[in-house]
Design a binder for this molecule. Sequence first.
Ligand code: GDG
Length: 482
Amino acid sequence: MSRLIVVSNRVPVPDKRGTAPAGGLAVALQSALEARGGLWLGWSGQSSAEEAIGPLKMLKDGNIDYALTDLTERDVEEYYQGFANRVLWPICHYRLDLAEYGRREMTGYFRVNRFFASRLLPLIEEDDLIWIHDYHLIPLASELRRHGVRNRIGFFLHIPWPSPDVFLAMPVHDEILTSLTAYDVLGFQTAHDRENFADCLARQGLGERQDEEHFSMGDRTFIARHYPIGIETDEFATLAQRAAETTLHKRMLQSLDGKRLIIGVDRLDYSKGITQRIDAFETFLTRHPDSQRQVTLLQITPKSRSEVPEYEAMQRAVAEQAGRVNGALGTVDWVPIRYVNRSLRRPALAGLYRMAKLALVTPLRDGMNLVAKEFVAAQSEEDPGVLLLSRFAGAAQELKDAILVNPYDVEGTADAMARALALPVEERRDRWRSMMKALRANDVFTWCDRFLRDLSTGEPKAGALARPRMAAVGGRTPISGA
Ligand code: GDG
């Protein structure tokens, strides 16, 4: 079996006790790396004012080497905060209005990708498989190819790929699109994303489509396929069951005092539709006064990318909005919205999902949305909660038994909340069973195996992943450095 190299913007380095502070994605990739022997390279999260960057920081954990590089402050500003998060992220989430295209940032993005290539080159061995993750690193394969790297290189895009009318509005669309053709395997979250990508190629007259998933470009061929990412379904279900025994869980139940818990969990990001959701919740409470004092919305929203101005503004906007609803509808002994602006530990989160009768997962656009999947996995079989899910999340393609909503339709979403809370237990069980079946059939280990099988085509044997021990399932998944 070939060795595996994973490259992502941020790397979930194991902590001193040797357990990774990792969610499902990191656990699956680590177990693939452990099985094959491997290397995970990415940004250390540190930046310096100096232009000269020191050597890679190398760490070893079992069969896995971690290679971390610092970046300069200018790199972070131009590549990460600039082009990745203020051009590619909004464009891929259909927010042309928020994209702030600048040549300096674009140049910085390509420069940092060249820099990542220069750090990786001396570490690559002949038969290594290379798996690059997400929109920060799109041009990395073409930079490696320029240096003669002929290894199989795959790319997985965690976020949506937009329709050509949106994508082609980005000034450097041609460079970005062309650099993707340097990969052997291109992975998308949904068939819809893959079709959007194929439409972009066709519109630009790049390459030729051989069949649904195979393309050629000059003398190269590549696969573009959808690999919907999953979660560590069974492990997460166990985590949620165990959490029910903890003190935090008991304290939370006590504080609810019989009220039904509704939960929202999202990184603070405009793509997640948090303000529209709070509007919908307010509309629901106003239209159904009998629900007031009977429900509480717990919105858990860890800060992210606070150095980007849109995110800082959003932080203020959501806090003000929650405060306004609480002021308008709350009473001395009832707060409609509990707004938590920091990250909780993963077991605590699992327990809260299980306690909730309803989850509001209403992004305006989302590659997949793992919160939707985690909520389902955390439910009890006898009395499962209901998932209200945006039809614009990749997860809606698999979780068809969620209550699907259009998050732009505030009144429609409010009505769906009322419907969801009134569902009889038999229907809740039926819906849950069907969604759980989908989550078991395509968990994160299956996702990882499917991608690696395609990437390693031609290899004598691509092994199935060993399942990790529960201890490894502990915290957040900082793959993209969100
Ligand atoms: C990108 C794509 C795609 C959240 N709050 C806490 C916490 N979380 C964890 C959740 C979940 C993860 O963060 C968020 O994943 P999502 O999928 O919902 O969203 P993004 O961060 O935008 O991820 C997305 C994903 O990549 C994977 O491909 O699905 O579409 O945008 O796991 O549980 N974890 C802890 N405390 C929190 O407070 N421990």
